[in-house]
Design a protein around this ligand. Structure first.
Ligand code: ATP
Ligand SMILES: Nc1ccn([C@@H]2O[C@H](COP(=O)(O)O)[C@@H](O)[C@H]2O)c(=O)n1
Ligand code: MG
Length: 233
C-alpha cells in the first residue's frame, strides 16, 4: 500500500515540486486528510503526471502505451467516476446526471476517488488522465493531496477529429452521443483550456500533436518520459 509504504515528502527527491505545508483538511463530505497521512518508512515520493486533452483526443489510448513502456499506474478520472456511479455510492445519481450533461463533477468527489487509488497503489508513478478538468479541480488537488504534477501532457486534437473518434468509440458510454459531445467540447474550451494555459506558463506542459496513428503520436510522447526518467536518476 503506497500510503504506508512511501513518501515522507520532506526527504523526497522531488522536494522542489511538493508542498509540505498541507494543512489539516476536512472536506464537506467528511473526508480527512492530514500531512502525517503521507508519512511512512520508505523514502519514495509520488511522481505525478496529468494527461489532458479534449473528449476523444486519445488520452486513454496513449496512457495505455505509457503504462506498458514506463510502468506508470493509470488513473482515469472519468473511469473512477463511472465506477463510483455504478457502485451504489451516495454520489451515483449526481455523477450520472453530471456525466450525461457533460458537466464537471464537484472536485472534492473526484479528488477523493483519485486519492483513494493513490493511497492503495503499490506503484508511486501516477498518470492521472482527464484531470484537472477545471481550475477548481486543479486547486482542490493541490489542497487535498498537497502536491503538484511533475509534468502535464496535452493531447492537442482538432474538434472534428475528436467528434469522429468519440462517435465511433462504441463502448456504450452514456456521453458518447452528439448532443453530449457538443456540451463536453464547450466545457473543455471554457474550463479545461485555462488549466492547460496555467501549466504552459509554469513550464510544465508538453503539447502533443494528437493527429496521426497511435504509434506516431506515441513517438512524441516517449521522449518526454525518457527525458524525465533520465533526469530523475
Ligand atoms: N491516434 C488515433 N487515431 C485514431 N483513433 C484513435 C487514436 N487514438 C485513439 N483513437 C480512438 O479514438 C477513441 C477515443 O480514444 P480515447 O478513448 O483514448 O480518448 P480519450 O481522450 O480518453 O477520450 P475521453 O475523454 O472521451 O475519455 C477510441 O475509440 C480510440 O480507439
Ligand atoms: N476530472 C473530471 C473528469 C471527468 N469528469 C466527468 O466524466 C466525464 C467523462 O470523462 P472522460 O475523461 O472519461 O472523458 C466528463 O465529461 C465529466 O462529466 C469530471 O467531472 N471531472
Ligand atoms: Mg478516456
Amino acid at each position: 500500500m503506497w500510503r504506508r509504504a512511501t513518501a515522507t515528502f520532506k526527504s523526497s527527491l522531488f522536494l522542489g515540486t511538493l508542498k509540505h505545508n498541507a494543512p489539516r483538511f476536512t472536506t464537506a463530505t467528511g473526508f480527512h486528510f492530514q500531512e502525517k497521512d503521507w508519512m511512512g518508512p520508505k523514502q519514495v515520493a509520488p511522481v505525478i503526471t496529468f494527461v489532458l486533452g479534449g473528449p476523444g483526443s486519445g488520452k486513454g489510448t496513449q496512457c495505455a502505451k505509457i503504462v506498458e513502456t514506463f510502468g506508470f499506474k493509470h488513473l482515469s478520472a472519468g473511469d473512477l467516476l463511472r465506477r463510483e456511479m455504478v457502485s451504489n455510492s451516495e454520489y451515483g445519481s449526481m455523477i450520472l446526471s453530471t456525466i450525461s450533461e457533460g458537466r464537471i463533477v464537484p472536485s472534492e468527489v473526484t479528488v477523493k476517488l483519485i486519492l483513494r487509488e493513490m493511497e492503495f497503489s503499490d506503484n508511486h508513478k501516477f498518470l492521472i488522465d482527464g484531470f484537472p478538468r477545471s481550475e477548481e479541480n486543479r486547486i482542490a488537488f493541490e489542497q487535498i493531496i498537497g502536491a503538484e504534477p511533475h509534468m502535464v501532457l496535452f493531447l492537442d486534437c482538432p474538434e472534428e477529429e475528436m467528434v469522429k473518434r468519440v462517435l465511433s468509440r462504441n463502448q456504450g458510454r452514456i456521453d458518447d452521443n452528439i448532443d453530449t459531445i457538443k456540451k463536453r467540447l464547450k466545457v473543455f474550451e471554457a474550463l479545461n483550456l485555462p488549466v492547460v494555459d496555467y501549466y504552459a506558463k509554469k513550464g510544465k506542459l508538453y503539447r502533443i500533436n494528437a493527429v496521426g496513428t497511435v504509434d506516431k503520436i506515441f513517438e512524441q510522447v516517449r521522449p518526454v518520459f525518457e527525458a524525465f526518467e533520465h533526469g530523475a536518476k
